[in-house]
Design a binder for this molecule. Structure first.
Ligand SMILES: *Cc1c(COP(=O)(O)O)cnc(C)c1O
Length: 464
């Protein structure tokens, strides 16, 4: 056999065996989790002798079953209702299966060829969906955290170009905004108190009058306002057009963190909820949330392609200044970079934008149904009407009962839900991203939560 024939045969065998194991596991999984504890898994994994390799694919897969597949948290299960992780679209998985073996790297043309053009087409497609205009550009990133960092990096350097001192810059974000904004401010060398938190209205949207007041009163340089289109806990969308107007007046860069709400870009029923997004200077989109893509897949899109120059640095060995090739590294914080765009490409080509949007619409509809169910249930109270596909609520009992219910449910493995805090109190949260989750699943999970919480309360009473 020729060398390449042998490699192809080995590859085919290993990957087919792996796919068969995963498929068998998917058929078998009847709960999102087994409830395995950190101690149990640590002990199993510590018991593996890394100095003694296994022989053969079957032995390796048997071991991976033991240490990973058996006790993984399965996002495709309809009772996984915790975080912004999605069950993944099959065309995207096909993309993942193709891009890993070819292993293109998107930093330079001479490591990617067509992959660079595919990524560029998708950036252009995304910018067009946002309606940012012909001068827009952007790049795929590892996630919303990196997209936010890059956007704020550009905003900082734009402010520097106008003579501002980073130590004197301020970023405005709502109290429901994502914590990665604070992280970015730190990484960008801004002052410790650089992030100014703006309170929200009862629907958890940034309050424009308060933002206006803070911008007017600001004795520093308003470097950027980060509006959130789809807050992580509430799905709320800040009033984008009003914020854009305030940014224009104050000279602040307008970044929109649409890591979650970007799914509305392909919604046939709800695209209008993103009105004003087209006024942004930069936008974060996370395809690995509302576009049903496997991790990682995200992008940062900017209105003015020229502003990407702030992350352009040249290396003689890679992308010399004289290079005439389309080198995506010139636009990215990363160097070696995955061809994540292929997953979205295949999803668009096989399901179509409407197909993705319909799935997102389905989970938003389900959240509205879940809201009605919880509202009508005297055991629970709801924090706010869902704007997208999350629902924040609490068991009518003390905070400890809510915390206990959540962790007891995780330990049982029967369902997984999230938790958050609001006004200092402990809440529970559903993040609905599985189009196959039903109203019945929601009702069942509520019953389980109520049972655990009631059990906790009665135990407390017995002890009192
Ligand atoms: C998830 C999320 C992020 C962070 O994105 P990662 O892909 O997890 O890095 C940022 N902003 C919002 C609003 C998010 O929901």
């Amino acid at each position: 056999m020729l060398l390449n024939e042998r490699t192809a045969a080995e590859y085919r065998y290993a990957v087919e065996q792996g796919a068969l194991r995963v498929a068998a596991r998917l058929e078998e999984v009847d709960a999102p989790f087994t409830g395995a504890t950190p101690d149990e898994l640590e002990a199993v994994i510590a018991g593996i002798d890394l100095e003694t390799p296994l022989t053969g694919v079957a032995a390796a897969l048997d071991e991976v079953e033991e240490i990973y597949l058996r006790d993984a948290v399965y996002f495709h299960h309809p009772r996984y209702l915790a975080h912004l992780n999605c069950p993944v679209a099959i065309p995207a998985l096909l993309g993942e299966a193709l891009l890993a073996p070819i292993n293109s790297s998107l930093d330079t043309w001479d490591q990617s060829a067509g992959a660079t053009m595919i990524e560029r087409r998708l950036v252009e497609w995304t910018a067009r969906r946002i309606r940012l205009g012909a001068g827009a550009d952007g790049v795929f990133t590892s996630g919303g955290t990196q997209s936010n960092l890059q956007a704020l990096h550009i905003a900082r350097d734009e402010a520097c170009a106008r003579g501002a001192d980073p130590a004197d810059m301020r970023i405005f974000v709502s109290e429901a905004g994502h914590f990665s904004v604070k992280k970015a401010a730190t990484l960008l060398g801004l002052a410790e108190n650089a992030v100014v938190t703006i309170p929200c209205d009862p629907a958890m949207r940034m309050s424009p009058p308060i933002l206006e007041h803070e911008l007017t009163a600001c004795q520093h340089v308003p470097m950027a306002v980060v509006a959130t289109a789809g807050t992580t806990d509430f799905g709320s969308i800040d009033p984008l057009a009003q914020i854009a107007e305030l940014c224009k007046r104050s000279g602040a860069w307008m970044h929109v963190d649409a890591a979650y709400g970007c799914g509305l870009l392909v919604s046939r029923k709800r695209r209008h909820l993103l009105a004003g997004l087209e006024l942004a200077d930069s936008v974060t989109v996370d395809f690995h949330k509302a576009f049903f893509q496997p991790i990682s897949s995200s992008a940062v899109i900017v209105r003015d392609a020229q502003t990407l120059r702030h992350v352009t640095h040249h290396a003689d060995y890679l992308n010399p200044k004289s290079s005439e090739n389309p080198n995506q590294v010139d636009k990215s914080l990363q160097t070696t970079r995955r061809f994540d765009a292929l997953k979205l490409w295949l999803t668009l080509r096989m399901l179509g934008a409407d197909g993705i949007g319909d799935m997102f619409d389905r989970v938003i509809d389900l959240a509205a149904e879940a809201y009605e169910v919880v509202e009508a249930d005297p055991r629970f109270e709801v924090a706010a009407k869902p704007a997208l596909s999350t629902l924040v609520f609490r068991y009518r009992g003390d905070d400890e009962a809510n915390r206990f219910a959540r962790s007891a449910l995780l330990a049982s493995g029967e369902a997984v839900v999230a938790g958050t805090k609001l006004g200092g109190r402990q809440y529970l949260k559903f993040t609905l991203l599985n189009p196959e989750t039903t109203r019945e699943d929601v009702i069942e999970v509520l019953d389980l939560l109520a049972e655990h919480a009631a059990h906790f309360m009665s135990r407390e009473e017995a002890l009192a």
